[in-house]
Design a protein around this ligand. Sequence first.
Ligand SMILES: Cc1ncc(COP(=O)(O)O)c(C=O)c1O
Length: 377
Amino acid sequence: MKITEPKFDEQEIRLLRQCLDSKWVTQGPMTGEFERLFAARHRVDHALATTSCTAALHLAVLALGLKPGDEVVVPAFTWVTSAHCAEYVGAKAVFADVEEDTFNLDPAALEAAITKRTRAVVAVHLFGLAARMDDIMAIARKHDLAVIEDAACAVGTTYRGIPVGGIGTIGCFSFHPRKVITTGEGGMVTTNRAELAERIRSLRNHGATGVAPGDDPSKPYTMSTFNQLGYNLRLSDIQAAVGIAQMDKLDGLLAERLQRAQNYSTLLCEIEEIVSPSAPEGSGHSYQSYVIRLRDGDRGRRNSVMDHLAAHDIQTRPGTHAVHRLGFYAQKYGLRPEDFPVAANCEDTSITLPIFPGMTDADQQRVVDCLRRALRA
Ligand SMILES: Cc1ncc(COP(=O)(O)O)c(C=O)c1O
């Protein structure tokens, strides 16, 4: 059994055919429609499609003008690019520990990590669970920080009923195939601030800043000018065609994930050694991943459980990385594994169980039975 798989049907095929028949395959009308649907669903003024969430995070730090000497607080348990984005522009990723029960940034650790050089915080909604945005936003306001919501896993997640991605300064989403909806690779930047959207629109398109004053845009020889250094981080219309079809499925996909997650939690509740994911009051969960922890476990025991599941053809993965232990950050900043003990423990004891659209009760029962046997072995 695979850890996940996307859901496609005739709708993706139809829109792909429409895109190919139109002969317009780079960023164009399909991307515009995908952005419009995404912005409406996440209740933001601006949504800009990109090649990945990593590209979205890169565009976010560029648009915010982060630079060498600046510090960005990042949870120590996350995907590596939540931190890399700060380093791309020469700023410093400063880690803060997470909460064991939610895997998300601990607001007290965020506050403790702030120095006079701190300019931003990356609030990760890990595995689809909304971070404690009330606390994070209050701390950000107090210290005048930008809030980048890393919502890679959190398409459709809400916090106190508000979709994530429009609560902080900028939101960044992923459409990698392990995410709630997919375009193969792809991402989206969201914001309610027109000047940031304008900068991002230009930065993702080589730094193009429109026709120079005095030039006639109707002339065949008139080209855009480039007043800033930019990149090519545009999503193609081929991918956007898939994205439009996926947006139509979003509510159904979220409902199915929620139902599967609730079923897992019911099946797992009598297994004393397993801690199921929990959501604090107000935090919605997309269950992009269903990640359990072994209570009082360690890496060796966790690995033996995963080996047992693999031997029975059930694919699993650790939750994600304790990023401060990865070579790049450990060496660059002299970080020790014990510096962020909760993140280290989350990496060592977490297991992502299979969850995907079309999963059956029997599939889930097989996973749980196998897990029970693995724990007894
Ligand atoms: C929390 C988080 N941030 C960022 C990313 C990067 O997303 P992408 O693969 O679209 O660049 C991921 C991907 O797994 C993620 O989980």
